[in-house]
Design a protein around this ligand. Sequence first.
Ligand code: DX5
Length: 248
Amino acid sequence: MSSPEDPLPSTTDAKPSTPPVLIAPSVLPADFSNLGNECRQLEEAGVDRIQFDVMDGRFVPNLTFGPDVIASVRSSASVPFEAHLMIEDPDHLVPRFVDAGCDLIIVHAEACRHLHRTLAAIADLGASPAVALNPHTPIEVIANVLDLLDMVLIMTVNPGFGGQAYLSSMEPKVAATRAMLDTSDRWIDLEVDGGISAKTVGGAAAAGANVLISGSALYGHPDGQAAAVSELRQLGTEAWRNRTGLPR
Ligand code: DX5
């Protein structure tokens, strides 16, 4: 069973020659009255992690759930949990999400008055620090905190709701972010979130994203979640390998 004390697998420790393309669902479309079983089913479908979309109704115009809900389903799956904190001023709640069993904590740069301090505090709690950037936010805001990051999330929609259209205009930003992360002597994952489906995953991975969040496309796949995960992983891996010139 993963726990905050066990850092995420070593994709964040060394420069892997071909980093894994990871598929993570957003639980936003899930049946919240049956969330534990939904997490179990997602693990059985082969997801690499599970992302919980935490929304406070202020940073984004939607309201979802808090750490107690995540804690209640922690024992339902053994894959790492990541908390996408779409909340204003997350510092005071971060420890609660780590205690709830989240292995990776994603804060929004736009919501943190002192991002460097917030990321360092997440690492001190034994979780993996990550930062998310909304579509309008330039990547320069993370240039001075790369040494603290295990992952960067480039939003490919404006956050708040599932089922929105993928912003392909973010692909140059993804590519520029990957180029920035590649200057580090450590591997740093690059995640994208919003409108990721069989139609869009190739463009995102070709631009340099290796962690792919999918909500509505994964839950709505006509052949079920396992088929969706397998298809996203295959298409994402092909695009990543083409990008890096690696054999398919
Ligand atoms: C921000 C949310 C959504 C969700 C993914 O609004 O974080 O991006 O996870 O939703 P889909 O995959 O349906 O766009």
